[in-house]
Design a protein around this ligand. Structure first.
Ligand code: GLP
Length: 262
């Protein structure tokens, strides 16, 4: 795992977008794992700008989102399908047939979950998985105690997660669906590269647990410590409680891999 600290939210999200851009230019058929949440909005805004200004081409890219709520249709403004259309899909030249989210309205959710895993496998696996960090340390919707080898499946959301995501549902946590389909921790760990992005002071304590704490199902992001190529991009506020800040700065300033991004 590598931690890269940028001064602020804007710089951190710009770096994440530049990493995605570099991968997409190197491999136009990239299989990209996507995440939702407020943090990602600026990443998608950067990608849209690059598409408009430089012609960054998504036409052969395939995408798989981490998760979707159960019981609300894709047209619902709070659905992750709506989020993705609003922030990315309708603004770049992605082929709609190449974009995938789990179907939270499927009658047989277990079959839908198996099918999602099959689709990812048929695409050749995920090349780059973008990840946010939930307030309880979740990745996707892998709430505390999710098995670290779990696959795509149905999960019940914690009251804290429903509270955290209430702004997309008129501020009322009771209107946030109680369940979601999410890629499992094992599904995420199968990606060839993971990129976790966290910004803001409210993420500082949980980020320190995820990155420098013990690997535990109580903080599913901590399982990323097992991944052979996982990079964590944070801003200074989110990094505030990390112990290795000096070393992480040294990595960004000296390692050849980061030369293009300095
Ligand atoms: C939701 C998503 C997660 C995301 C998290 C962070 O819970 N299911 O995948 O990481 O939000 O959201 P935010 O960026 O708004 O803090």
């Amino acid at each position: 795992m590598e931690v890269i600290i940028r001064p602020d939210h804007q710089q951190a999200t710009l770096l994440a977008a530049r990493i995605i851009e570099k991968e997409l230019r190197a491999r136009p058929t990239l299989v990209l794992g996507l995440a939702t949440g407020r943090t990602m909005e600026s990443v998608y805004a950067c990608l849209v700008r690059r598409h408009r200004e430089t012609g960054l081409d998504f036409s052969r890219c395939r995408t798989f989102n981490l998760d979707e709520y159960i019981g609300i249709p894709p047209q619902h403004p709070g659905s992750y399908g709506s989020y993705m259309r609003q922030h990315l899909f309708s603004r770049v030249n992605l082929d709609p047939a190449h974009t995938h989210l789990p179907d939270g309205m499927a009658e047989d959710l277990a079959a839908e979950s198996r099918q999602y895993e099959t689709l990812i496998a048929q695409a050749g696996g995920i090349d780059l998985q973008l990840l946010g960090l939930g307030g309880d340390g979740h990745i996707g919707f892998n709430e505390p105690l999710s098995a670290l080898l779990s696959r795509t499946r149905e999960k019940a959301l914690t009251p804290a997660t429903r509270q955290q995501n209430a702004p997309m549902f008129g501020g009322d946590p009771a209107r946030v669906p109680a369940r979601a389909i999410t890629m499992g921790v094992g599904t995420i760990l199968d990606s060839r590269r993971c990129l976790l992005l966290a910004t803001g002071a409210e993420k500082a304590a949980i980020l320190a647990k995820a990155v420098e704490g013990p690997i535990t199902a109580m903080v599913t992001a901590s399982a990323l410590q097992l991944h052979p190529k996982c990079q964590v991009v944070v801003d200074a506020e989110a990094a505030a409680q990390l112990q290795g800040i000096e070393y992480y700065h040294w990595i960004f300033n000296n390692e050849p891999e980061w030369a293009d991004f300095r």
